[in-house]
Design a protein around this ligand. Structure first.
Ligand code: GLY
Ligand code: MN
Length: 481
């Protein structure tokens, strides 16, 4: 938890933004519903608790079954939660009071959780706007629906409340996004911490990548690093010798020389800030010439994004420049042919990189995507492409100091996609299908990911040191381990 002044300042700014966005005296209330415990099977055997991220950002309390109301018209705020009683104390030990927890984040007023329901019901009965965020967990969807009367299927729909319909509030969602997108100094310190843990995780993975070892064992060793130093992983670890499957969560392979091991994994600091790194290493400790050729292109793309990322530059343009760099490299290998800019326009890069260059990162590894990918990642006036690859770009905005984005180009040879495009005739004027089919169908995939903080004059890589990335350093590190 940060100092109480951090939360007070954030709520004051949110209040200012909301009051400015809505008619005076008719704004209503903004409600925040923290997460509840989620049972794995019976109540009492719950998944590890993780607080709802916007609740954490404004109200700081990292415990289940809290809620909060900010009255936009009056500026009053209240936190709702239940004090423990003897039955809880027997199982959980003594706990600070709700009032003292509220005080620790600078909120003077607190009340039992049931009062939250009454506060919302009272606002609804008076015809006041009830602004809520699009909930991600089903418990919160149902709770929001039952409190406000909004049908569950509309709880995740975001639109202006001034239209009189019941759904999540565009005004609240936009204000929250605008604040959480630009990271404060104390948040950057936490992301740096998560990156330090991420560095150690990936070091463990690279050291453990020895012929005959099961992928699952490497995952276990890596995840032990995060649990012993931070909260845990920031998303389910991707670790596979089938890196061509973008999010491959199967870990039953045995490390086999000649293959590439793709490891995409990150940590959450104890305050829940994320890191997200990807490295791809040769399983026998040395890249083959064919692997190295492709690897060199991906490193060049990663470095290009780092060189370009700066205030005033749109990340969409960085993605497109990376696509051009990738196609130039593939052209030099005669895997594609023709004019590079024509290929970029035609979306040919999507065959090799069917995902976007990066996403926002913060309290969530894909920061705020629960609030709406386009609202978070696209400036007003920017439209998401329908092309494969560019269409999956989650962060297209013009960059500003304080943005934190991932830089994660990749090249993959996906047999099913190659077969589909070839059968359709897609890209037939550019793609050398003969060469792809002859030498690359069992290649796998390479992705290389760093985390960037946009600074006033460019960007810096988060964490105090960069994981080995250039092929010689990767091979040297593996030879020494
Ligand atoms: N690290 C997983 C992803 O960015 O989707
Ligand atoms: Mn990522």
């Amino acid at each position: 938890m940060f100092r109480k002044e951090v939360y007070k300042r954030r709520r004051a700014e949110l209040h200012r933004l909301l009051a400015a966005a809505m008619p005076e005296g008719k704004a209503g209330i903004a409600v925040f519903i923290g997460n509840a415990e989620a049972p794995q099977n019976y109540r009492g055997n719950d998944y590890r608790f993780r607080q709802e991220s916007s609740f954490l950002y404004y109200w700081g309390i990292d415990e289940p079954c809290f809620a909060a109301v900010l009255d936009i018209d009056s500026g009053k705020e209240c936190i709702y939660g239940d004090d423990v009683e003897i039955g809880d104390i027997i199982w959980m030990g003594p706990q600070p009071s709700v009032a003292s927890k509220a005080e620790s984040v600078g909120v003077e007023s607190s009340a039992p959780y049931a009062e939250f329901d009454r506060a919302v019901a009272s606002a609804v009965s008076k015809g006041r706007h009830v602004h809520f965020l699009p909930a991600s967990r089903y418990y919160n969807v149902l709770k929001t629906s039952s409190l406000t009367g909004c049908p569950p299927e509309s709880v995740r729909k975001v639109a202006t409340l001034q239209d009189g319909e019941l759904h999540a509030s565009l005004e609240l969602t936009s204000a929250v996004i605008s604040m959480r997108l630009v990271k404060e100094e104390c948040e950057i310190e936490e992301i740096d911490k998560a990156c330090e843990i991420g560095y150690l995780m990936h070091t463990e993975a690279r050291r453990s990548c020895k012929p005959g070892v099961c992928e699952q064992e490497i995952v276990g060793r890596m995840e032990g690093v995060t649990i012993s130093r931070g909260w845990g992983v920031s998303f389910a670890t991707i670790l596979s010798q089938h890196g061509e499957t973008l999010h491959n969560h199967r870990h039953d392979g045995i490390i086999t020389p000649g293959k590439l091991l793709l490891v995409d994994a990150g940590a959450e600091s104890n305050t829940h800030y994320a890191s997200d790194f990807t490295r791809t290493v040769p399983c026998g400790g040395k890249f083959s010439p064919v692997q190295r050729d492709i690897y060199d292109i991906v490193v060049a793309c990663n470095d290009l994004a780092y060189d370009m990322a700066a205030p005033g530059v749109s990340y969409r343009d960085v993605h497109l420049a990376v696509a051009a760099r990738m196609l130039e490299g593939l052209k030099a290998l005669d895997l594609v042919r023709g004019d590079v800019q024509d290929m970029v326009t035609e979306g040919i890069a999507g065959m090799f990189m069917p995902h976007g260059l990066g996403h926002n990162m913060g309290i969530d590894v894909h920061d705020m995507e629960d609030l709406g990918e386009d609202l978070v990642g696209y400036d007003p006036g920017q439209r998401r492409s329908s092309q494969l690859g560019l269409g999956s770009l989650r962060m297209a905005r013009v960059l500003k100091p304080g943005h934190v984005v991932t830089d994660e180009p990749g090249i993959y040879f996906i047999p099913a996609l190659i077969a589909k495009w070839k059968a359709e005739g897609t890209g037939k004027d550019f793609i050398n299908y003969g060469k792809l089919e002859k030498g690359y169908l069992d290649f796998g995939g390479i992705r290389l990911e760093d985390d960037l903080l946009i600074t006033p004059d460019g960007c810096r890589r988060l964490g105090s040191r960069r994981l080995p990335i250039y092929p010689d350093e990767v091979e040297a590190a593996m030879a020494a381990e």
